[in-house]
Ligand binder design. Structure first.
Ligand SMILES: Nc1ncnc2c1ncn2[C@@H]1O[C@H](COP(=O)(O)OP(=O)(O)OP(=O)(O)O)[C@@H](O)[C@H]1O
Ligand SMILES: [Mg+2]
Length: 512
C-alpha cells in the first residue's frame, strides 16, 4: 500500500505522561482519515509530532512521506514538506487583516516579495489579490481585507484553514476544527474538505462528534491512553463499536434518564435588556423573560449569535444590564457583578475557557479551589489539605486525565482543561448553574459523565440552564426549551413539544 504520510511507532513522553506509546498512523492520497479518542488519548501530541512542533529527536519512531523518511525540526520544515496544520486552539493575529494573517509568516508565498529584487517592501495589492484567489479556489467565504477582530470564531477557524492551504499542502491536519463552529460553518468546512479530497489532498481530521466521522471520513483510527486501539474502513463503521474502542466500555444511555420532581421557581428574569457594547441606541438583548425551577434543566436553543450567552453573562454580572429585573427564590436581587451572583448561589461555566475560564499558570487544584476559598480556608489561611481534598473529588468524578491535581493546566489536553472549568463552577455548590456549551471539546464518555453530574445536580434541586449548539444534546437533557433569535425570545417549548423542526423554526425567527 502506498501511503502519503506514515507515522511508525511514535513514542512521546512528557514528565509523568506517556502521551504516545508506539502509535502508528498512515494516510493515503485523497483520503479523509478520522482520528478519534478520549480527552488526553494523545491525538494532538501525535499531530504535533507530524507537524514538527515536537522536533525530530524529542520522540522516538519514524515519519515517512511518500515512502521517504522525513525529520521535521519545526513547523516550517513540515510546511515545506507539504504538511499543513491547523491547531486545536484558535490562533490568529488580531489587529491584522485576513490577508496579512495568511501571508504573514511567509510573504514569498503570495509572491508579494520578490526574492530576486530583495525589495524590502510588501506589495499589498498583490497580497490581497493572492488572498482573493486562494479563498475563491477553496470556496472559503471571507473578505481578504476584513479586520480579524470582527470575525466570528467560525470565520477565524476558516481563516486558519485558509492559512494552512496557502502553502498548498499534500496532507492537511485539522485538529478539532468543528468544536466552535455553527452548523452552517461546518457545512462550509465539509465542502472545502471534499474539494481538497477531489484534488488528491489527504486530510487528517480530529473530532469528538461521531456524526462527523460517519459523514466525512473514509477511515478512522482510534487511540486510547496513548495507544492504537483499532482502525476501521468506512464500510465497517459501527457506532457502538467505535465508542467501545474509544472509551473501553459500552455506553448504555448517552443521555441518562432523569427522574426528578420539578420544584419551586428559583430564577425569574423579567424584561431583560442589554445595550449593544459598541453601537449606540441598539440593544444586544431585548425584553427577555423566562423562569427556571428547582430540579429543572432549561435548554436554551438558538443559532450562534442569537444572544444566549449574552443573556447569561448579563445575569452573571459579566455584562451591564440596561433594564429588567432578576428574582431569585421570589426576591428581587441586584446582581451586576460576578461576586454578587456567586453570593446569590449563581454560577456560570463560560464557553470561552481561554478568556474567562482558567489561570493557565496555576495547577489543577488551585484553579478549582479558587472559586470557593471560604470552603478551604481557616481564617486568613488556605488549608492545603482541604484544597486537595475538594479538588480530588472533582478530579475523580470528572475523570480529569493528568498525573495529579498539582499538574499545571497549560499542559492538559483541550478537553481536560474544559473539565477543570466545569469543576471550578461545581465547587461553588451553586443553586443555579448556567452551562454555556459545557461539552465543547469533550469526548463521548466524559460527556456522559457530565450529563450524569447535571442529573445529580437537578436531583439536588439545582436549577440548570444549558446552552448548547448540539441539538441532540439539548433535546437529550432539557425539560423545557427557551428558543432565542436576534437577541429576543422567539418562543418557549415544553419537553414534549420540543423537536428539531419546531426548535429550528423558532431559531430562525426575525423581528425586524
Ligand atoms: N506540553 C505538555 N506537557 C506535559 N504533558 C502534556 C503536554 N501536552 C500534552 N500532555 C499530556 O499528554 C497527554 C495527551 O494529550 P493530547 O493533548 O495529545 O490529548 P488529546 O487526545 O489531543 O485530547 P483532547 O481530545 O482533550 O484534545 C495528556 O495526558 C496531556 O496532559
Ligand atoms: Mg487535542
Amino acid at each position: 500500500m502506498n501511503y502519503v504520510l506514515e507515522a511508525i511507532e511514535i513514542t512521546k513522553r512528557f514528565p509523568g505522561v506517556l502521551a504516545n506509546d508506539r502509535i502508528c498512523l498512515n494516510v493515503k492520497a485523497g483520503e479523509v482519515l478520522g482520528l478519534i479518542g478520549e480527552n488526553g488519548a494523545g491525538k494532538s501530541t501525535l499531530l504535533k509530532v507530524l507537524n514538527g512542533i515536537y522536533p525530530h529527536g524529542t520522540y522516538t519512531g519514524t515519519l515517512r512521506l511518500n515512502g521517504e523518511e522525513i525529520r521535521p525540526m519545526n513547523p516550517n520544515d513540515a510546511m515545506h514538506l507539504g504538511i499543513g496544520y491547523v491547531p486545536q486552539e484558535i490562533n490568529v493575529l488580531k489587529y491584522f487583516s485576513v490577508a496579512e494573517n495568511i501571508y504573514m509568516s511567509d510573504l514569498h508565498l503570495a509572491r508579494v516579495k520578490d526574492r530576486a529584487s530583495r525589495s524590502p517592501f510588501v506589495d499589498f495589492k498583490g497580497m490581497y489579490a493572492a488572498t482573493e484567489k486562494l479563498l475563491r479556489d477553496n470556496h472559503i467565504q471571507l473578505d481578504p481585507r476584513a479586520d480579524v477582530r470582527k470575525l466570528s470564531i467560525g470565520q477565524q477557524q476558516m481563516l486558519m484553514i485558509a492559512r494552512a492551504l496557502a502553502t498548498n499542502p499534500k496532507v492537511l491536519i485539522l485538529d478539532e476544527p468543528t468544536t466552535s463552529l455553527s452548523s452552517e460553518d461546518v457545512d462550509q468546512l465539509f465542502r472545502v474538505v471534499r474539494k481538497l479530497k477531489e484534488r488528491g489532498t489527504s486530510i487528517i481530521f480530529v473530532t469528538h462528534k461521531l456524526a462527523e466521522i460517519l459523514e466525512l471520513t473514509d477511515r478512522v483510527t482510534i487511540l486510547r491512553d496513548g495507544r492504537n486501539i483499532s482502525t476501521f474502513e468506512k464500510a465497517e463503521y459501527d457506532t457502538g463499536r467505535i465508542i467501545h474502542d474509544m472509551i473501553g466500555r459500552d455506553l448504555q444511555h448517552m443521555y441518562p434518564p432523569r427522574n426528578v420532581k420539578i420544584g419551586e421557581e428559583v430564577l425569574r428574569v423579567e424584561h431583560l435588556t442589554v445595550a449593544h457594547p459598541y453601537i449606540a441606541n441598539k440593544n444586544l438583548i431585548e425584553d427577555v423573560s423566562f423562569t427556571v425551577h428547582a430540579g429543572e434543566v432549561l435548554g436554551m436553543a438558538g443559532l450562534v449569535g442569537a444572544g444566549r450567552s449574552e443573556v447569561c453573562m448579563a445575569i452573571y454580572g459579566m455584562a451591564p444590564i440596561k433594564s429588567g429585573k432578576v428574582f431569585i427564590n421570589g426576591r428581587e436581587v441586584r446582581l451586576g457583578t460576578t461576586e454578587r451572583a456567586v453570593k446569590n448561589g449563581l454560577n456560570l461555566v463560560s464557553e470561552d475557557r481561554k478568556i474567562y475560564g482558567l489561570n493557565f499558570v496555576w495547577d489543577i487544584k488551585t484553579n478549582i479551589g479558587i472559586s470557593n476559598l471560604g470552603e478551604v480556608s481557616a481564617g486568613p489561611f488556605v488549608s492545603e489539605g482541604k484544597l486537595r481534598e475538594r479538588a480530588r473529588r472533582y478530579f475523580e468524578s470528572l475523570r480529569i486525565k493528568a498525573p495529579s491535581i498539582s499538574t499545571k493546566v497549560n499542559t492538559l489536553s483541550g478537553g481536560n482543561q474544559q473539565k477543570v472549568v466545569i469543576a471550578r463552577s461545581l465547587n461553588t455548590q451553586p443553586r443555579i448553574i448556567i452551562l454555556d456549551e459545557p461539552t465543547k471539546g469533550i469526548d463521548v464518555g466524559s460527556k456522559n459523565d457530565i450529563y450524569n453530574i447535571i442529573n445529580d445536580m437537578a436531583a439536588d434541586g439545582v436549577a440548570v440552564i444549558m446552552i448548547s449548539s448540539e441539538l441532540p444534546e439539548l433535546m437529550g437533557m432539557s425539560d423545557r426549551y427557551l428558543v432565542m433569535a436576534e437577541g429576543r425570545v422567539a418562543g418557549e417549548l415544553s419537553g414534549e413539544e420540543g423537536n428539531d423542526a419546531r426548535i429550528m423554526e423558532l431559531a430562525v425567527s426575525t423581528f425586524k
